[in-house]
Structures are given as C-alpha cells and as structure tokens.
Design a protein around this ligand. Structure first.
Ligand SMILES: [Zn+2]
Length: 136
C-alpha cells in the first residue's frame, strides 16, 4: 500500500480556520481584526502594537460605560477616569508653559474622562429606573 504524500498537502483546513470571538463566539475570518458581530478586537490584532492594544482596552472601557453591570464597575470607572481627569488637568495647566500641544493633550484626556464618567453614571442610573418612566 503506497501512501500518497500529496494528499496531505491539500489546504482543506484553511476554510474552517476561523477566529472565534472571545466575547460572542462568532467565527470571524482569519484576516479580520475586529469581530464582525460585536466589534470586539480579535486576539491576534490586540497584541500587534501599543496603539492597537490601547484600542482593545478602550473597547473594554466602552462596554463598561455602556452596560455597567454593577456599582463596582461604576466606582472603578470613577476611580480610573477620575485620576485620568486629574492628570489631564495637571498636564493642561503645565502645558501653558510648555506649549499648546500639552494643553490640547491634557484637555483631551480631561474631556474623555469626564464624558466616560458621566456616561457610565447616567447609564447605571437609567438602568435602575427602567420601570418608572418620568418625562420631565
Ligand atoms: Zn464578537
């Protein structure tokens, strides 16, 4: 019985080689950088570089801000982005001597942090009173 080495060379597994999304288990294309279903960054892409990993972390924070599951998440966002807002404020003030770039960067961090804190708090409060609709 002669074994055929060419048989094993066929790329049969290539079509089935999908990246499973860790968030929703959706099978994505191997070349995909983000999940086609839920938008989560896929593992192979998240570790590419500092900017990409920052983006991947941003997704986690965005999910926390849009769907705060518990008060701990809200407190965590307050703690992390409260410190970031403070740091942004310091950088913005220091930037008055060091250049407009620092001021803009500090102001940007401050604005992002405040918006994230506000959004998280608002979404958490809105989730608690879904029953009583009150138009004011
Ligand atoms: Zn997904």
């Amino acid at each position: 019985m002669p074994s055929d080495p060419d048989q094993s060379f066929q790329p049969t597994a290539e079509a089935d080689e999908k990246q499973l999304c860790v968030s929703c288990m959706f099978p994505n294309e191997p070349s995909a950088h983000f999940c086609a279903k839920c938008g989560a960054p896929l593992s192979s892409y998240a570790a590419t570089g500092p900017f990409e990993s920052l983006f991947a972390e941003g997704h986690v924070y965005r999910q926390a801000a849009e769907r705060p599951r518990s008060l701990i998440v809200v407190l965590g966002v307050w703690l992390i982005f409260g410190m970031m807002a403070l740091a942004g404020l310091v950088v913005a003030f220091m930037g008055r001597d060091m250049g407009i770039g620092y001021t803009a960067f500090g102001a940007l961090i401050l604005a992002i942090s405040v918006v994230l804190i506000w959004k998280t708090t608002r979404n958490y409060r809105a989730r608690g009173k879904t029953d009583e609709k009150h138009d004011g």
